[in-house]
Write a protein that binds this ligand. Structure first.
Ligand code: HEC
Length: 412
């Protein structure tokens, strides 16, 4: 029952997380497009009002005419009804952290820890995972604060943050189960994104609004700082999403150089995002879109695909597989494998994902999922906690393909 309730919590949190993330990233992408598509206002009265950029757009049965005042409007007080964007970001982080807790921290022993990667206790792994999120933010923030305002600050900060993300990805993959490491690196960047909003962008905007309402000239530094963090956020977006989605693909997260796979996936995301950011600017300036970044990003993905392609089996392996295939795989053999490799996490007491495998009837019921998880996707046993062999996976495969026979009427 507890497992069942947890499944619902998992589903509902995941749903909420995706909805809030769409709302956040949707408005974030929209404002990046808006900012990069602004042109000098055409009409004198707009210039007289101090408008620095305008954009005409057609949508939803009408035309929009957006105006941007750099720093703030000078010609009249701010209206009471000012739209802010921050809850999308905070609620994405809150639902994401809750989901991470339900999924990874509650079951840290099987989700965070892979003893073949690093042998430590669940408690230590939880502390390290939380420390990871906090440490990345503190160091990233320090880099931005100390180097961001200097000459070529954006470039230096960008390069340092890039190197720092590589180091963090490498470290995460040395400490945590592959799947958890990928998620943690995504969560680490996403935490920095939300923290950018919470600690810099919104407080800066609040100060500007307060100064304006007090009749003072607002300090431009707040806008500049906020803009720097917003730019980082836009480049983090696609890497974060690919890091989180990749946790559903064991062949990405489980290899021995998984940290490099993660870095390359995220690099491809940032490069592709750059082409889109630059495209808006190029569009209004009547220049060619710099698609080459997206092309390089796509080639990186193709490179990863080729690199990770399964190697064709050697002559020896082929012969062994042929010999094995000739033998029938009966339930008794499969039962022995399940008992040894699966039942510890799939039984009456512990029903991971509501799957129990401790009787013939249950095995029959879950045969397709067992085949998928253990023989095709190779996601189970989780983090190969029970050291299943390739021959045993092959056995499950042959048993399933022969119609998944189980002895009828028997308990076990
Ligand atoms: C160390 C504990 C552990 C072991 C051992 C283990 N599993 Fe799992 N299993 C889990 C967990 C945890 C989940 C839930 C995974 C998730 O939510 O992504 C799961 C989920 C599943 C699912 C459901 C997958 C889905 O997404 O619906 C199946 C089927 C499954 N396991 C089969 C197996 C089989 C077959 C074996 C043995 C070859 C096995 N498991 C061994 C922990 C384990």
């Amino acid at each position: 029952m507890d497992a069942y309730v947890l499944e619902w919590v998992n589903l509902l949190l995941r749903w909420a997380h995706v909805i809030t993330a769409i709302a956040w990233i949707g408005s974030s992408f929209y404002f990046v497009l808006l900012d990069n598509s602004l042109t000098q206002p055409a009409e004198q009265d707009l210039k007289d009002k101090g408008i620095d950029g305008e954009l005409w757009a057609v949508h939803g049965g009408g035309f929009y005419h957006a105006n941007k005042y750099m720093v703030a409007p000078r010609w009249k007080p701010l209206p009471e009804n000012l739209h802010w964007s921050y809850w999308e970001s905070y609620s994405t982080w809150l639902t994401g952290f809750a989901l991470f807790t339900v999924l990874y921290l509650f079951n840290a022993g099987s989700f965070l820890v892979d003893k073949s990667v690093y042998d430590w206790s669940a408690g230590a792994a939880i502390a390290a995972a939380l420390g990871f999120l906090a440490a990345f933010w503190l160091i990233y923030d320090l880099i931005c604060r100390t180097l961001g305002q200097r000459k070529n600050g954006d470039l230096v900060v960008g390069a340092l943050v890039f190197v720092f993300v590589i180091v963090a990805s490498w470290l995460a993959c040395q400490l945590f189960a592959g799947r958890a490491a990928f998620l943690l690196v995504g969560a680490m960047l996403a935490t920095a994104m939300s923290a950018n909003v919470f600690f810099w962008i919104i407080p800066g905007q609040r100060k500007v609004v307060a100064q304006l309402r007090a009749g003072q000239t607002p300090d431009a530094i707040h806008g500049m700082r906020g803009k720097q963090r917003s730019v980082h956020n836009t480049y983090f977006t696609l890497p974060v999403i690919v890091a989180m989605l990749s946790t559903h693909y064991g062949w990405l997260t489980q290899g021995s150089h998984n940290w490099l796979v993660l870095v390359l996936l995220m690099l491809a995301g940032a490069l592709i995002r750059h082409s889109f950011v630059a495209r808006h600017k190029a569009h209004v300036q009547h220049r060619r879109t710099p698609w080459e970044h997206a092309v390089v990003g796509t080639l990186v993905l193709v490179g990863v695909a080729v690199w990770l392609a399964p190697k064709p089996p050697s002559a020896e392996e082929q012969a062994a597989a042929k010999a094995a295939a000739a033998r029938p795989a009966g339930y008794a053999e499969v039962r022995a494998v399940l008992d040894q490799r699966c039942v510890m996490c799939h039984n009456e007491q512990l029903q991971q994902k509501n799957v129990m495998l401790n009787s013939a009837a249950l095995v029959k019921q879950h045969a397709q999922a067992v085949y998928q998880q253990a023989a095709v996707l190779k996601l189970m046993p989780l983090n190969n906690a029970t050291q299943i062999t390739d021959a045993e996976r092959e056995l499950i495969k042959r048993w399933y393909e022969a119609g998944a026979p189980v002895p009828m009427g028997s308990g076990l």
